[in-house]
Design a protein around this ligand. Structure first.
Ligand code: C2E
Ligand code: MG
Ligand code: MG
Length: 597
């Protein structure tokens, strides 16, 4: 007897035989061996007994009336519920044919009567062990199957997560650039199949986002980006795609051709959601977006071209005053190309020294004397003639070329004044005013360059007046104050250009060692609009006086403006009324004439 046949969980054997004597014999023998024995005297009883309780094994006689053993076995094997129970045939029929039939009907084994108890036990135990082993293997298989399924699920999950990470923006959860490019490819594919299909792309760039990041910190900046993405999502239909390209740039892809017809309306809806403030922890902030819009069809064949054009249109929107949308047109692409051409030209112009300086006089309003001249750069383009600084300085700033151009201008201006001084053409007190761009101002070795040029040209530092715009200083007030103090120590004069347009706070103004404030032309030109109050000019003059600075009014064009500025005690003036920017010979001629205004 094996261990598995313990009396507690006794092995249940069903003995089926139509000869009661046989049953009794087997039953008493097996009971003695510890088996739990049930009995059936015919096939029908056997099937009922199995149906009531599934035995562990069946000993089945072959020759029985009504239903013989083969039939019983076939029925058992045909029923999924009972087919696993091993059946051992018992029969006096000894020839080989019956054995084959027994196995064909599903029997597990065959014992010939008269039997020996040892053989019966051995075969029973063997088949029970076989059954147990089969069950164990089946369980093991099921377990393995389950593990494989679990692992597959885990792998699928990991794969989906990886895919999501590769295609989504971790901050906002939106699609990222790679995913967007895939979606654009799908839309392009559709357009290639259907020439009438159009889809729309909107590229959004936040205006002045950097200010939020710089002033409130990156955490707030991130928070704002999340809130923006949430507001944008509310506008979308299920077929639309929203992606973050990175930084403060978002893209909306409208794949439904019907939406493209109303794309202007949609752009306005987008702009509208920015009219409400965003709440960031304790702060309430307003932010706008500029939108570049492209309507795409089969003419496009690459997603990058769509994004490039959307970018171009977005820059047009920014250049036209921000917080608006702009639809891409082919001509914009041409102008972008022109811009590129201009950049190449600019590089060449530096080498070929195509920059010339014109000089505009600055007049002392009390004495009518010319006390300074402002050097204003001009580009003598071999094909396009004279190009004004407002056309190329922004490009020079964007490309970094302002650094070499700025130094060229400074050197040329200092050389010029030194030459005039040596030739006794100007009073030794006449100074030269040179503009510094905001981009030069953050150049690390700016002070060194300025001192080198002064040393090379041998111009006395007090004859040089550097003009720096208020906005350049306000970009980084601490650095600015530092540099300005350096210049001041060297006796270089300092003038704040375009004052009133850069929103500097008065508390800051105090920490800049400025000699002079230049009131922006726009204030001077609106003097006559408010004759009683004279706008902001009196206030700016008062501020300058309080801070012990001189004041220069820019853009004086009429005698009336001049009279008003004189009555306000403004120190100096500059403008077309006195002279336009002149070539070197012309300004010397003017100075020699000693004109009175
Ligand atoms: P800015 O420094 O404020 O120079 C004064 C500008 O106002 C000059 O324009 C001048 O021609 C113009 N202007 C002077 N009086 C009048 C007037 O009565 N009416 C009107 N309508 N305009 C007047 P310009 O020469 O075209 O220069 C424009 C700007 O370009 C300058 O403004 C300055 O910011 C920049 N710039 C010029 N030269 C240089 C340079 O060498 N380096 C840098 N960084 N910027 C320069
Ligand atoms: Mg200036
Ligand atoms: Mg100015």
């Amino acid at each position: 007897m094996t261990e598995q046949h313990s009396p507690l969980s006794r092995v249940d054997v069903l003995v089926v035989d139509d000869t009661p004597e046989n049953i009794r014999l087997l039953s008493s023998m097996l009971t003695r061996e510890g088996f739990y024995v049930r009995k059936a005297l015919n096939g029908q009883m056997a099937l009922t007994a199995v149906d009531t309780l599934l035995p562990d094994l069946i000993l089945l006689d072959i020759m029985m009336p009504d239903m013989d053993g083969y039939m019983v076995c076939q029925r058992l094997k045909a029923n999924p519920k009972t087919q696993e129970v091993p059946v051992i045939f018992l029969s006096a029929l000894g020839d080989a044919l019956d054995k084959v039939k027994a196995f064909q009907s599903g029997g597990a084994d065959y014992i010939t009567k008269p039997f020996q108890i040892e053989e019966v036990l051995a075969r029973i135990n063997h088949h029970l062990a076989l059954k147990a082993a089969t069950q164990e293997i089946r369980q093991l298989n099921a377990y393995l199957e389950q593990r494989v399924q679990e692992r597959t699920q885990q792998l699928e999950l990991a794969h989906a997560q990886l895919l999501k990470m590769a295609l989504s923006d971790p901050l906002t959860g939106l699609l990222n650039r790679a995913a967007l490019v895939e979606r654009l490819e799908l839309s392009l594919h559709r357009a290639a199949m259907d020439a009438s299909y159009q889809f729309g792309v909107l590229l959004l760039d936040c205006d002045r986002f950097k200010i939020i990041n710089d002033s409130l910190g990156h955490e707030s900046g991130d928070q704002l980006l999340i809130e923006i993405s949430q507001r944008l999502q509310q506008l979308l239909q299920p077929s639309d795609v929203l992606a973050r390209l990175g930084g403060d740039e978002f893209v909306i892809l409208l794949t439904d051709a019907n939406q493209v017809k109303d794309i202007n309306e949609f752009s306005n809806l987008v702009l509208e959601i920015f009219s409400e403030p965003f709440f960031l922890q304790t702060q309430q902030v307003f932010i706008n977006v500029s939108i570049g819009v492209v309507i795409c069809d089969s003419k496009y064949d690459k997603p990058e071209h769509i994004l490039r054009d959307a970018d171009t249109a977005m820059y047009h929107a920014k250049a036209s005053g921000k917080a608006q949308s702009c639809l891409f047109e082919r001509t914009m692409h041409d102008s972008a190309l022109r811009f590129l051409q201009l950049e190449n030209d600019l590089r060449r112009a530096i080498q070929e020294q195509e920059f010339v300086l014109h000089y505009q006089p600055i007049i002392c309003l009390k004495t009518s004397q010319i006390v300074s001249v402002e050097a204003l750069v001009r580009w003598k383009h071999p094909m396009r003639g004279v190009i004004s600084p407002s056309e190329f300085i922004p490009l020079a700033e964007e490309t970094g070329l302002i650094q070499p151009i700025g130094l060229l201008v400074l050197r040329q201006a200092c050389q010029q004044l030194k030459q005039w001084q040596t030739q006794n053409l100007v009073s030794p007190d006449l100074s030269i005013s040179v503009n510094l761009s905001a981009h030069q101002f953050i150049q690390l070795d700016l002070t060194k360059h300025v001192y080198t040029i002064l040393a090379e040209t041998q111009l006395a530092p007090h004859c040089l007046k550097l003009e720096i715009t208020e906005s350049a200083i306000m970009r980084n007030p601490h650095l600015a104050a530092n540099i300005l103090h350096h210049f001041r120590q060297q006796d270089i004069q300092l003038s704040m250009d375009d004052f009133g347009t850069g929103y500097s706070s008065l508390s800051y103004l105090h920490s800049f060692p400025m000699d002079n404030l230049k009131i922006d032309r726009s204030f001077v030109q609106s003097l006559h609009e408010m004759p009683s109050t004279q706008g902001l000019v009196p206030i700016i003059v008062a501020i300058a006086k309080t801070m012990k600075m001189k004041v220069t009014a820019e853009g004086i064009e009429t005698a009336e403006q001049l009279a008003q500025l004189r009555s306000l005690n403004c120190d100096f003036g500059q403008g077309f009324l006195f002279a336009r920017p002149l070539e070197p010979e012309q300004i010397i001629e003017l100075i020699a004439q000693n004109p009175q205004w």
